[in-house]
Design a protein around this ligand. Structure first.
Ligand code: ATP
Length: 316
């Protein structure tokens, strides 16, 4: 069931209502409602083609919706309602090959009245050593960091990020998480898309699970996970019969997997005990047993009912 329309709050900086975007008659967005408050990070999580980029582009005014509205509030109506500053980093971003990070940041800073200092951004994004290197010679991660730095030149109050950490090494990813969290502390409204459930959990106050242009569910990560928040995965020879978990009141579902199964439960102990009893009785060999929190990726799979198209084990 689609989520109920959100109540309007005066602190909402971004308001998206009933957004529809069609490409060749096919709806990439099919009635999206989304409000983001100042100081809030909202994540979009979904499979390839779910409509995440289209939604971000509509919010930025880069695409004209077929129906619905996008409204970015004026900053302070009492001061004449100045336009809110918006920063963006998109997957399609590019720069001329010969531009250096310092030149690009200085160029962008020239567009604005009170820009952040290019040197401070070079330092913050670990680009000092590459400050004078040509864009074409930067690594993927360095380019990604430069684009995020460029998105912050205008000291934005609304920040729109399309897969900001795609292709980054774990340390750089953590650094960028810190930058995004700093933006939240500064009162920024952040809308980001990601394929990483863990990233959405780490960063986002609320996560919208998008599929085929619709928000299937939107809530805090812990509310999305719900009370049955643990998954026990078992690998054994032979694989355990699903029936051994039947009757355990803590178990919400069992999914057979190659060579084993995954059990959703509120308490892993009775599940592990059942596996132990069964393995001893059958002389089965348990090769792996893991207990982990239910991830947002699990929830996307459950809600969309289809396996991932790409599965690195790390993201979607
Ligand atoms: P990904 O995770 O792969 O980046 P996404 O969730 O960002 O995907 P979108 O890029 O918004 O998804 O695409 C949503 C749907 O709209 C897809 O079916 C895509 O093929 C289609 N689409 C996107 N841009 C265009 C376009 N310019 N012309 C036609 N169809 C498009």
């Amino acid at each position: 069931m689609p989520p109920a329309p959100q109540a309007h709050s005066s602190a909402d900086l971004v308001e998206v209502n009933g957004l529809v975007k069609r490409y060749d008659g096919v709806a990439a967005l099919d009635g999206v409602d989304l409000h983001i408050r100042a100081g809030e990070i909202v994540g979009l999580l979904g499979r390839n083609g779910a409509g995440k980029t289209t939604l971000l582009e509509c919010v930025l005014g880069l695409r004209t919706p077929d129906a619905g509205t996008v409204r970015i509030q004026k900053s302070d109506a009492n001061k004449g309602g100045e336009a809110v500053r918006v920063g963006a980093q998109l997957q399609t971003a590019g720069l001329q090959d010969h531009l250096t990070p310092r030149e690009a940041l200085t160029l962008f800073a020239g567009f604005y009245e009170q820009p952040a200092k290019p040197d401070a951004l070079l330092r913050r994004f670990g680009l000092e050593e590459k400050a004078n290197a040509k864009f074409a010679t930067l690594s993927t991660g360095q380019k990604q960091r430069l684009f995020l730095a460029l998105a912050l030149v205008n000291r934005p109050q609304v920040l729109v990020l399309d897969e900001p950490t795609a292709g980054l090494d774990p340390v750089s990813r953590r650094d960028l998480h810190a930058v995004i969290l700093e933006a939240r502390v500064a009162g920024c409204a952040v809308l980001l898309s990601t394929h990483y459930g863990e990233e959405a959990e780490t960063l986002c106050d609320r996560v919208a699970i998008l599929d085929q242009g619709r928000i299937l569910k939107m809530d805090t990560p812990s509310a999305l996970r719900g009370p049955v928040g643990t998954v026990v995965t078992i690998a054994s020879d032979p694989a355990p019969a699903v029936e051994i978990f039947q009757g355990l009141p803590e178990v919400a579902g069992v999914e057979p997997q190659p060579g084993g199964c995954a059990v959703r439960t509120s308490d892993p102990v009775p599940v592990l005990a059942a596996v132990t009893r069964w393995a001893e009785a059958r002389a089965a060999q348990v090769t792996d047993a893991r207990v982990r929190p239910r991830s947002l990726e699990d929830i996307v799979v459950e809600l969309t009912g289809r396996p991932w198209e790409t599965g690195t084990g790390e993201g979607m």
